[in-house]
Design a protein around this ligand. Structure first.
Ligand code: FAD
Length: 381
């Protein structure tokens, strides 16, 4: 039996997020997008009401919620602003390796202080020469006694330079390729860690995305997740857990675009009647709603697999890839339904279209995700 009903707790937290977004995010989203600035006070408020650290167990200071609840919150937050959700989601992404591969002692030491003060985390995988090709990572982790000495520059880090805790993927031996990668937890106040160039972006503009630079930064060996050589596996497992959340955020952006377009279509009159009365517009609205529902179902299925302790690289990749393609199409359709006004910044849909694009790129481009899917599908023969 398949049950699409949410539990009372899941509904309550989704409603809390929806109300938070209505009150705290929607009124300021356009302004922060324009200023290309991340509103740290909104994160503080999200923390206050219990919308941060959703998947961190309660004993470490988090909310201890399931992944289905996590994707419900992601959808709501991105409905308000993908960029603002990015800083919150970037924190979840940064902490997932520790949750999956950390020891009890590492979690006890690193998580409670961060969750207590409402700090941000970040995930440092991408480099200039290592995007889709993670094995090409050049950031070096040189072992010296009980420490690793980190040197290198990470690119496009969400929360880069403003995070309190980084998960950094580095190489202990470049000749080993992906087998030489190590995952290290690096506190933001470690000497030799700093933010580099902050990016100016097409969309996702309220998110703080920057280089993270490591110059002779010393990290205790006790902050290593797993063993040397486990870094690649930890990074890939992390993405299996976080891609459904990206899919959910894409659904949120798409749902907002659908609702804006539907409202506009019922108000805007041409040729003596509301444009919603034209079948050409009705069919587009129907397709938008249908594909958003399909995307949400894939996202929920992938999240449920995580809650069952059966993460599926295939289903997580499908959820993120399909939902982000839907978001791109639906937001483009919304701009079309608003006509010239859709292209004007005073109306919200051009931002949604700019925001949707990044969901097809980060946490694995949709081409790379199709490779992930194909690998899994062919393995099943
Ligand atoms: C706003 C933003 C936020 C981000 N946040 C983070 C973050 O927090 N942490 C982090 O580590 N990274 C982050 N990233 C980086 C992001 O994950 C990468 O940009 C992405 O993985 C793609 O890498 P790349 O840009 O180097 O593209 P490339 O890997 O150079 O890809 C270029 C093109 O080639 C295609 N391609 C590459 N390899 C193949 C292949 N084998 N087969 C078919 N096609 C292929 C790609 O699909 C793409 O179309 C962020 C990026 C942005 C823009």
């Amino acid at each position: 039996m398949i049950d699409f009903e949410l539990t009372p707790e899941q509904r309550a937290i989704r409603d809390l997020a929806r109300e938070f977004v209505r009150r705290e995010i929607i009124p300021i989203a356009a302004e922060y997008d324009e200023r290309e600035e991340f509103p740290l006070d909104v994160v503080a408020k999200a923390h206050e009401v219990g919308l941060m650290y959703l998947q961190v167990p309660r004993e470490y200071g988090g909310q201890g919620l399931d992944h289905v609840t996590g994707v419900l919150v992601s959808e709501e937050m991105a409905y308000g602003c993908l960029g603002i959700n990015g800083g919150v989601g970037g924190t979840g992404l940064g902490l997932t390796p520790l949750l999956l591969a950390g020891t009890e002692a590492q979690k006890q030491e690193l998580l409670p202080p961060l969750c207590e003060r409402g700090g941000l985390a970040a995930f440092c995988l991408t480099e200039a020469q290592a995007g889709s090709d993670v094995a090409a990572i050049q950031t070096a982790a040189r072992r010296v006694g009980d420490e690793y000495v980190l040197n290198g520059t990470k690119r496009f880090t969400t929360n880069g330079g403003i995070a309190d805790l980084y998960t950094v993927f580095a190489s202990v031996d470049r000749s080993l390729g992906h087998k030489g990668l190590v995952a290290l937890m690096v506190p933001g106040d470690t000497p030799g860690v700093r933010g580099g160039k902050k990016e100016k972006k097409m969309g996702d503009r309220a998110a703080h995305v920057a280089e993270t630079v490591f110059e002779e930064a010393r990290v205790p060996v006790s902050y290593r997740l797993g063993n040397e050589g486990d870094g690649f596996r930890i990074a890939m497992q992390t993405l299996d857990y976080t891609r459904p959340g990206v899919g959910a955020s894409a659904v949120g952006v798409g749902r907002r675009a659908f609702e804006e377009a539907r409202a506009y279509a019922t108000q805007r009159k041409q040729f003596g009647r509301a444009i919603a009365e034209f079948q050409a517009i009705q069919f587009v609205l129907a397709d938008m709603a249908m594909s958003l529902d399909a995307a949400r179902l894939l996202v929920w299925r992938a999240a449920r697999r995580l809650d069952q302790g059966r993460p599926s690289p295939l289903e997580s990749a499908m959820a993120k890839c399909f939902a982000s393609d839907v978001a791109m199409r639906v937001t483009t359709d919304a701009v079309q339904i608003l006509g010239g006004y859709g292209y004007i910044r005073e109306y919200p849909v051009e931002k949604l279209m700019r925001d949707a694009k990044i969901t097809q790129i980060y946490e694995g481009t949709n081409q790379v995700l199709r490779l992930v899917m194909a690998r899994q599908l062919l393995r099943q023969l």
